[in-house]
Design a protein around this ligand. Structure first.
Ligand code: 4AD
Ligand code: MG
Length: 462
């Protein structure tokens, strides 16, 4: 008999059928006449109840069926009399694939803390919480591809190993095959990278944007969706050393088109999750965050506020609120400032634009005032910055001016400058931190809990 996934058992037409079910035991309870097993196979948050009539099975057969063990059951799917479930399987046969020692299985008990489960990242996907989070994550990834595909964007794969620092923050993980215990040196004593694998220093990318711009100025509209790496020592609930970023880049779009795209995009993804992961979202809401569904709907249904940085700073200065970090024109806004604007002042997502050029990357288009750039950050409740983007500087001389001002090594940038030398066009794009979106949609509070295997400073165990 072919296996049926548990999610499909709940379809009404399945009632009365003989089924074959496989999964992991969540709990077993009962008495000497009848035993009940709650079985989960990951296809849905819902468990299927297996009913074992103990006149057909021996205690011996049931002994290895403990929390965490894996089993195969065949039997008839019938309507359930029990509370909280619609159907159950009346078992005819039982096969145990693998046992899980009651003494050592780490998820033996229910109700472990998220901190404890982080230490068990290899097994935590088997819990309700992480099952739900990972299904929502997967659904959101699909929504991202679907959104861009429906709008005629092309999916561009940009390199993970790169020789240029897109964000100019210098927080890159080096990639080398040199023997660190026996480094080759040049005559002046520096490390001789010509002997390295690529013949020059390379690192893991912090963003696919620069290569994305090459794609956009050829295909018109592209997006990237891949891992990015940042070696900044940020131990916060919103930073990872390895995270996934979605970066659309569109030729002929100005900053206003870019804001429209960002707003449509994020609303589409949230809506898609609401429509396709409702069981999981409801579970997470009930467990961790009672206002989750209302918050998600609110974001989808309301227009984001659009506000220049200068106005935002004014609001913060006049708020009379004591912040840990001071606010003044020119300051890089901290999460506490962003969240004040979003959660307390506007009570809506905010797109903050036109930041001072000194706190933003070299590639952003300079405004006529000469001191601000066409940047746009999308700020979200509970999250702070979820998207960072801009209209790009399309003028060759102005871009070169910025590169020189910031002392960015020119020889690494020649190919990027060619986009402005040959057929330059106005264009814009942004980067969405995928885990921050998953964080928002799941209502989790720590970014380490929305990626299967988090990498943070000092932590790469699993
Ligand atoms: O604002 P960022 O640094 O922008 C860029 O990298 C641009 N090149 C994007 C572009 O215009 N194509 O990063 C974009 C987003 C942030 O808004 C944030 O959501 C997320 O990436 N992000 C992080 N997420 C998790 N951990 C980190 N360490 C992150 N750093 C940035
Ligand atoms: Mg940013």
């Amino acid at each position: 008999m072919k296996r049926t996934k548990i999610i499909d058992l709940f379809r009404p037409e399945m009632i009365g059928q003989e089924v074959s079910v496989m999964g992991w035991v969540r709990t077993r309870r009962g008495n000497k006449h009848v035993q009940f097993v709650a079985l989960n196979d990951g296809s849905t948050i819902k468990n299927i109840q297996i009913v074992l009539d103990m006149s057909k099975f021996s205690d011996e057969e049931l002994r290895p069926v403990t929390t965490g063990s894996s089993i195969h059951v065949t039997g008839r799917l019938v309507e359930s009399m029990g509370k909280g479930q619609t159907c159950e399987v009346q078992a005819d046969t039982l096969e145990v694939f693998g046992t899980a020692d009651v003494e050592t299985y780490p998820l033996q008990k229910k109700g472990h803390t998220l901190e404890f489960l982080r230490e068990k990242a290899h097994l935590r996907p088997r819990t309700n919480t992480f099952g739900a989070v990972l299904r929502v994550r997967s659904t959101l990834a699909f929504a991202i591809h679907k959104f861009f595909n429906e709008r005629g964007f092309f999916y561009l794969n940009t390199p993970l190993i790169t020789a240029s620092d897109c964000e100019g923050a210098g927080a890159m993980f080096q990639v080398t095959t040199l023997d660190l215990n026996n480094l080759p040196h040049t005559e002046d004593g520096a490390v001789d990278f010509s002997a390295d694998f690529f013949g020059k220093p390379t690192a893991l990318t912090v963003s696919g944007q620069l290569e994305g711009e090459l794609g956009a100025t050829a295909l018109g509209a592209i997006y990237t969706f891949g891992p990015t790496f940042r070696a900044e020592n940020s131990n916060t609930p919103r930073h990872l050393s390895e995270f996934w970023m979605v970066e659309p880049e569109v030729a002929f779009n100005d900053i206003y088109d870019n804001m429209d795209l960002a707003e449509d995009f994020i609303k589409y993804c949230i809506n898609y999750a609401l429509e396709n992961c409702r069981d999981d979202i409801d579970f997470l809401a009930q467990m961790y965050d009672k206002e989750l569904v209302d918050r998600l709907k609110f974001v989808v249904e309301n227009e984001f506020v659009r506000l220049p940085y200068t106005e935002g700073v004014k609001i913060l200065e006049e708020s009379g609120k004591k912040f840990e970090f001071p606010v003044y024109w020119g300051a890089d806004l901290q999460s506490e400032h962003e969240r004040f604007l979003v959660e307390e002042h506007f009570k809506k997502p905010v797109i903050l634009t036109d930041y001072p050029k000194d706190i933003k990357a070299f590639y952003m288009k300079l405004n006529d005032d000469g001191r601000t750039v066409r940047a746009m950050d999308v700020l979200f409740p509970h999250i702070g910055e979820i998207i960072g983007g801009s209209e790009r500087e399309a003028d060759y001389d102005k871009l070169l001016g910025r590169i020189e001002e910031l002392n960015i090594p020119m020889k690494d940038m020649w190919w990027y400058l060619d986009t402005r030398r040959y057929g330059t066009v106005p264009h814009s794009g942004f980067g969405l931190g995928f885990e921050r979106l998953v964080l928002f949609v799941t209502g989790m509070t720590n970014i380490r809990d929305v990626i299967p295997f988090p990498r943070t400073p000092g932590n790469a165990e699993f």
